[in-house]
Design a protein around this ligand. Sequence first.
Ligand SMILES: [Fe+2]
Length: 366
Amino acid sequence: MRQWSFHNPVALHFGAGVFDRVKEQIGQRQWLLVTHKDAPFAPMRDRLLGHVHPPLAIADAIMPNPSLAMLQHVCGLLQARAEGIDVIVALGGGSVMDTAKFLAAGHCDFRSVACYLDGQVALGGRALPVIAVPTTAGTGSELTKWATIWDPEQGRKLSLNRDDLYAEAAFIDPELTASLPWPLTLASGLDALSHALESLWNRNANPITRSFAIAAAGDVLAALTRLQVNLDDQDARSMLASGAMKAGLAFSNTQTALAHNISYPITLDYGVAHGIACSFCLPEVMAAAIGADDACDTALGSIFGALSQAPQALRRRLTDLGIAGDPAAFGIGGEAWRGIVADAFDGPRGRNFIGARDRFPDRSVA
Ligand SMILES: [Fe+2]
């Protein structure tokens, strides 16, 4: 039997009301709050600020898909107070988490992390600790040690990947997602589904990641089906948060694979939300994965039924959720699509993929 290991050092707190325990985690430390400025975040922000000593600073000029330009702006605003920060609290979705990790890595100094990402210099010292409080169910960033940073000016997607960027604690409170509108619920939920499946058709998969991934995919699909008809179904909200957490634990150890590598240019060049960009072609990626590894096949069969029809079964689920399967629906022409897929197989995440290029279908699985 092949040797394997599983590692995740994040202290994980899950359930309705755990948000109120963030206070104990902060303790007497001087803290920086990273969050969104938008109105839906106001009640959560007020609830946190209402019972914890005031933060040293608040960084809330956070935009989706954090870019180097946005991070430079945020670091500039924090410069005067950066020295005294002991811990960062990230309250938000994936963009807030990734921004918090960038700030943590360089102690709010933009230049040091930007030069590190360019491969010019090492990053000295240990990152600031982060307390992660996700307000969406999907990104999994609260359980991983990496952050995605975008450089649209140069058409680059950059990755921070350091052991000291695991959060010291994550507080996953499904009640924080209670008022999330359907498009965001769907996109973040499908991101979690992608994390689960990408950790299955992955060279780094092991029995623990597989069991988390199978449970995650089941939770996410069931929860999205319920939330599509009733967005106020709090049990389904909790199931979705649980699924996203399990997917996070799975892919924190395997990384993602081909579908994520396909998604990056689609987000960068076509403006498609990450959760949609990495999920609309999952049936094609699955078709290319089936037959490559017995354990992966067994896992996919346990989620989607007979393997011969599993990609079609997933396509039907995605169609029912309103997700188009044809790249043309996102403005991607045939030649561009073939180029994106070919590049993705050679990309860093694509190399995690167990499937074969010649089994990737030419047309969308219908
Ligand atoms: Fe993702």
